[in-house]
Design a protein around this ligand. Structure first.
Ligand code: FES
Length: 326
């Protein structure tokens, strides 16, 4: 209990310390004055400084995001920041806070007792010679650590400049090409299989670039029939749940008992209906897979007839309010 009290008093001294306390001539001291310990103070200042550096290092490693083994570096930085702060608190408790032994338990809810505790807190800091500096250093270390803990929230997605998230490289007339860069023709798209395609001449790394193409019997298509020439439909390959690639095509092999064809994301099994505008049939995805309208040109090649039906990619705040743009 005495140790716990020392820690609480140490925290109180740092939090409430406001320079030299007003004279308490009229009151007898409760805590005997302690000798200043500048060496211990220097150690505490150095530990706070190192904790600040460790917290800042976490933010830098997180922001750079291109160091090898960055997860290990992040763990090391945040662990070091906590360890250094704990060490600083231990030095304060053992070397810089005057210990005051209480024999009787404090009476509860008594104004006198509260005043006494305030007096103990003030008097326990009598060993500090640079209380303001130690307080600023401690606040800096805690502030940096707090900022480091909040930094990963940046990965939740942009809040202000969200325009890029709605942009896709597809526009009316752009040809669909396969992995090898060859233009896809409508004739080569067969039922029961699954093709990945990209916009001709555009950056394939863009989140809106890859699409999946499948062919269905035209009579089965229930929504946007004019987006599906000869029953060929195209959807974004990026799952609307958490952004994995939609990489499976469920094709019934015995139609009497099997469910209808569906596009499936293997991460958490979100299942989308290619015959119904990419509607979610199953799984955690919160919105349909964005559909790309198709057309067939005079040479029989597949081309986009516009851009997607909705924003591509995983859900983020406000995603339902925007529209996909070319
Ligand atoms: S990312 Fe596709 S189901 Fe979760």
């Amino acid at each position: 209990m005495t140790k716990l009290k020392d820690w609480l008093i140490a925290a109180g001294v740092l939090a409430l310390g406001r320079g030299t306390p007003p004279p308490r001539d009229q009151k007898a001291r409760i805590v005997a004055p302690g000798d200043p310990d500048r060496r211990a103070e220097n150690v505490v200042l150095a530990l706070f400084f190192l904790a600040t550096l460790a917290g800042a290092a976490f933010i830098v490693v997180y922001a750079l995001d291109r160091l090898s083994h960055d997860t290990q570096w992040l763990g090391l930085a945040i662990g070091a920041a906590f360890a250094l702060l704990a060490l600083a608190s231990t030095v304060i408790a053992h070397r810089l806070v005057v210990t005051e032994e209480v024999v009787e338990p404090y009476p509860e809810d008594s104004p006198d007792a509260q005043e006494e505790i305030e007096q103990i807190v003030e008097e326990s800091g009598s060993r500090f010679t640079r209380k303001r500096l130690v307080t600023v250093a401690g606040a800096g270390a805690l502030g940096t650590l707090g900022a480091a803990l909040l930094a990963p929230a940046a990965s939740l997605g942009p809040v202000l400049h969200t325009g890029e998230l709605y942009r896709a490289p597809w526009r009316r007339g752009r040809r669909l090409v396969g992995d090898d860069g060859r233009a896809l023709s409508a004739d080569e798209i067969e039922e029961g299989t699954f093709y990945t395609a990209y916009p001709e001449g555009a950056d394939r790394e863009l989140i809106g670039a890859p699409i999946v193409v499948v062919r269905l019997p035209t009579a089965e298509i229930r929504d946007r029939k004019d987006w599906a020439p000869r029953g060929i439909v195209a959807y974004s390959k990026i799952c609307t749940h958490a952004g994995c690639a939609v990489a499976l095509y469920r094709k019934p092999t015995f139609a009497a008992v099997q469910p209808r064809p569906a596009l499936v994301c293997p991460c958490h099994y979100s299942t989308f209906d290619p015959a119904d505008g990419g509607a979610v049939l199953f799984g955690p995805a919160g919105r349909p897979l964005p559909q790309l309208p198709l057309a067939i040109d005079g040479a029989g090649h597949l081309r986009a007839a516009g851009t997607f039906s909705g924003p591509v990619g995983p859900a983020w705040w406000g995603v339902r309010m925007g529209k996909a743009r070319s």
